[in-house]
Design a protein around this ligand. Structure first.
Ligand SMILES: NC(=O)c1ccc[n+]([C@@H]2O[C@H](COP(=O)([O-])OP(=O)(O)OC[C@H]3O[C@@H](n4cnc5c(N)ncnc54)[C@H](OP(=O)(O)O)[C@@H]3O)[C@@H](O)[C@H]2O)c1
Length: 340
């Protein structure tokens, strides 16, 4: 079967990405073939294309960690009660999502809730699992706790804000622009900081003596350090990204990244004992090696019955470079998706 897919011969520059036609071999017995209707973009795609992501494949690869679509064909070993031809599904994939057709193990697919669009389905799995794992599994969030969510209007951020609300925790968002604060206010999130050079003071003013229990950080640098410093005793910080190293339009900003790396915050576990604070970090890509945990987390997330995720901007499949640039710019709100 022929398909078109976005492909890069070797990570390094985003403008090496090309739309190619290729032939898919026969379907593996434990796999399902899906006609992709929407592919979700993740910030990790930008880091993978520029070679900054630890899990970047060595040679040629197709980016994309999640998608939604319709089942075209089912492998011989897949239980017929689990999935049906024509079914609307959403799924995760370890690279390869920016394609018209994908083959994935059946265990990586979930049905899309009936009232959701394909775009909403493609916006859900990776970012919601990330937010859930950070808040719940590692962050041990509890009702009434104050949670600081960096980049709260982004894909992961919006899902984290929604999960906090669903669990009765009190989220405080941070964003880089007023338009994002206004967007969050329209959703009923009143406590949002537009980060300035004096973030520590902004946070202190907003907290006005209330204890901060949990921080979700994927920005890094001074913002991360000042957030950690604001944590109350027993507070936790969960780190899962470093957007401050975002590449330039096509390739890494080597010099400024090196400067930031040399000045990155460092933490002393011995000091954390008397302070009663902790830091945790993770990369969800390892979940591909533990599908039992993946299934459990997906089940936990489904039980929250969250509203569909916010798709900020859909782009036609052929405009993947423009979609990537929109996400990279830091201006996007919610999820950026490619539609087919
Ligand atoms: N470890 C994991 O398993 C895992 C999984 C998923 C995502 N992540 C990480 O979580 C973060 C959010 O991912 P996402 O896909 O949902 O992306 P996103 O939040 O929709 O977009 C990234 C956001 O990063 C913020 N940002 C901060 N500094 C930036 C800079 N110098 N340049 C551009 N943007 C900057 C921007 O929001 P503001 O400026 O408003 O803050 C931007 O909108 C990313 O850092 C990603 O790598 C990690």
């Amino acid at each position: 079967m022929k398909r078109r897919a976005w492909k890069i011969e070797k990570a390094g520059r985003i403008d090496r990405l090309r739309l190619v036609e290729e032939t898919l071999g026969s379907l593996k017995p434990d796999h399902v073939r899906v006609r992709v209707r929407a592919a979700g973009l993740n910030f990790a795609d930008i880091f993978a294309l520029t070679g900054l992501y630890s899990a970047t494949p060595k040679g040629a690869f197709t980016p994309g960690l999640e998608f939604s679509g319709e089942v075209l064909e089912i492998g011989d070993e897949v239980s017929s009660s689990a999935i049906a031809t024509g079914q609307r599904v959403m799924g995760c994939i370890r690279f390869g999502g920016y394609a018209e057709v994908v083959d994935v193990p059946a265990s990586q697919l979930q049905p899309i809730p009936e009232s959701w669009s394909f775009e909403q389905g493609a916006a859900f799995p990776a970012q919601t699992l990330t937010a859930w794992y950070a808040l719940s599994t590692l962050g041990a969030v509890a009702p009434g706790q104050l949670v600081l969510v960096q980049s709260a209007a982004g894909g992961v951020g919006l899902q984290a804000m929604a999960i906090c609300r669903a669990l009765g925790a009190e989220p405080i968002g941070t964003v880089s622009g007023r338009h994002k604060k206004e967007f969050l206010a329209a959703l009923g999130y009143e406590e949002v900081i537009v980060r300035s050079t004096d973030f520590a003071k902004q946070l202190d003013n907003l907290l006005s003596g209330r204890p901060l229990h949990l921080v979700l950080d994927a920005v890094g640098g001074k913002i991360q350090r000042q957030s950690y410093d604001a944590l109350a005793p027993t507070g936790r910080m969960v780190v899962f990204g470093a957007a401050e190293y975002t590449p330039g339009k096509n390739r890494p900003r080597y010099l400024s990244s090196l400067w930031k790396y040399l000045r990155r915050p460092r933490y002393d576990p011995l000091a954390m004992i008397p302070e009663n604070k902790s830091i945790m970090a993770f990369n969800l890509i390892w979940l591909w090696d533990d599908m039992t945990l993946f299934d459990r987390l997906m089940g936990e997330v489904a039980a929250l019955e969250l509203d569909p995720p916010h798709v900020g901007k859909p782009f036609p499949f052929d405009d993947a470079p423009a979609a990537l640039e929109h996400l990279r710019s830091g201006q996007s709100i919610g999820k950026v998706v490619l539609t087919l």
